[in-house]
Design a protein around this ligand. Structure first.
Ligand SMILES: [Zn+2]
Length: 206
């Protein structure tokens, strides 16, 4: 009887391993739920570069994250949505606001060029502009903000973009088109057993 249970357990573990491998191969993109557990958020970094400033610095006045990169490098929409604003402001410089179906609003500032117009529908990864240093910017970088529901002048709905893109520290290199959110496989790695040379089925079961 004990042997039978052991065999059942082994079969179960193997099935789990195979299904996890299959899952990992089929869905390499990371995903997560928002705070309501409803919308699936699967954003990508909007630019290639180095994190040159983080959220909440400058006595809490910095309501975004800075990615320093090359002048005129492409800026990508982190997710699909509608271009809510595309204009020049003295502080943001060339700036684009995108409203996403998840109700988040993303802001891309200091662009050298804007390639989209208000009301335009954009897909995730669409090139919306080029990196620059227009407006109040000390160097070439993308200033990126994330707001829940709406952008307001006091930025009260701003939240840290790394909540949606995965943890990224000052000085870290980020790559457009990817994110730092842990994948399903990594997040459940406690339950994955990697078979090594010399393993037997009963040693795995144990
Ligand atoms: Zn900034």
């Amino acid at each position: 009887m004990g042997d039978y249970i052991k065999r059942l357990l082994i079969a179960g573990i193997i099935a789990l391993c195979v299904s996890l491998l299959f899952l990992g191969g089929k869905h390499p993109q990371a995903s997560m739920l928002d705070k309501n557990g409803k919308e699936k958020i699967d954003w990508i970094w909007p630019a290639d570069g180095v994190i040159s400033d983080t959220f909440g610095t400058r006595q809490g006045r910095h309501k975004g994250i800075d990615i320093a990169g090359e002048i005129n490098s492409p800026i990508f929409a982190v997710d699909g949505g509608i271009v809510e604003k595309s204009y020049y402001s003295n502080s943001y410089g060339n700036v684009i606001f995108i409203k996403h179906p998840s109700n988040y609003v993303t802001v891309y500032a200091h662009l050298s060029n804007r390639l989209v117009q208000e009301g335009q529908k954009v897909a995730k990864g669409y090139i919306i502009g080029k990196m620059g240093r227009t407006g109040q910017a000390t160097g070439v970088h993308l200033h990126f903000e994330t707001h829940e529901i709406n952008w307001t002048y006091d930025k009260r709905y701003a939240l840290n973009p790394v909540n949606l893109l995965g943890e990224a520290k000052l000085g870290e290199i980020v790559q457009a088109g990817t994110n730092n959110v842990k994948s399903v496989l990594e997040a459940t790695s406690d339950f994955v057993y990697i078979v090594r040379v010399g393993d037997t089925l009963s040693s795995i079961a144990d």
